[in-house]
Design a protein around this ligand. Sequence first.
Ligand code: TXA
Ligand code: MG
Length: 316
Amino acid sequence: MPSKARILDGNSESEIDECVEMLRAGSVIGIPTETVYGLAAIATNSSAINLVFTIKERPTSHPLILHIADVSMLDDWATNISSEARALCKKFWPGPLTLILHKSDKVLTEVTGGRDTVAIRCPNHSVTTKLLKKLNDAVVAPSANKFGKVSPTTAKHVVNDLGSDISIVLDGGDCSIGLESTIIDCTTTPPQLLRTGAITAEQILRECNITVVSASGESRAPGMLEKHYAPVCRVVLVSSSQEGLIEAQRYVADGFKVRLLDLTEDLDMFARLLYSSLRTADKDGINVAIVVRAPMKGIGFAINERLEKAANSFLK
Ligand code: TXA
Ligand code: MG
């Protein structure tokens, strides 16, 4: 289907106003955040939220994240907020951290898939903060890609993926982080890490003196599927460039079009470029992307988590 989406300039007040009107009217639009682009709908309109699931082709049992302009809106959407959760907001918001909290009565069932908890985050992106302030309401915003695919880190990626389903993408430039937010469940004691991201458990311990443990129990977040973040090409993981070259020769000998990706020199850059590199590989008709794993430190945990899931997508 042909694209009908327009890219609007996030630096233009009138274009942000147009987005506010679209959201109020129940439309779904693409918005920038510092992590990845989101597919936004106003959080108080059930049919707008349902449209998000339809466009993403995502099962309605997979709950969405509420995005708020600042911490003052938190108590509208959550109750019984623990002192740990308050400390995390204070330290890391606005920023790439999503908290699972007990939901308030205001949260619609469609947002949480019927759960009594809700995911909330306050993004750190000036364009989206301005949008949310003008809207004076929260939006739901999953990553603006089809379910299970690679998240978008530019407005153009959103148009490529969803341009036939939405009419507007608000352009806020390339995402500065490039991987989805860290998710911490603050309804358990101790809090649990449900998804790794730019903010690490080690950093939370160091800066807030809060111990966050790995998720236990059965699939705590539906997004913790084994398979996810999948490009079209096959992703093969290696531990070094040397190993990558040997693997590459093997695949080339079998007739595959291969690309070797080693971004381990600079982990922030690795995170920022990972998804666009996988998208470029697909565009170039690459069959096998051989990627050198990140060292297990800082954002390297999150990079490797995404890579493992992308690689797993070809095992079944
Ligand atoms: O960085 C981000 O978080 C991006 C940008 C757009 O803000 N959004 C994002 O949303 O990654 P999404 O929908 O792709 O991922 C949301 C994750 C899913 O894994 C979902 O299962 C989990 O959050 N989640 C949402 N509500 C939850 C809840 N009540 N309990 C447990 N997990 C929840
Ligand atoms: Mg996603």
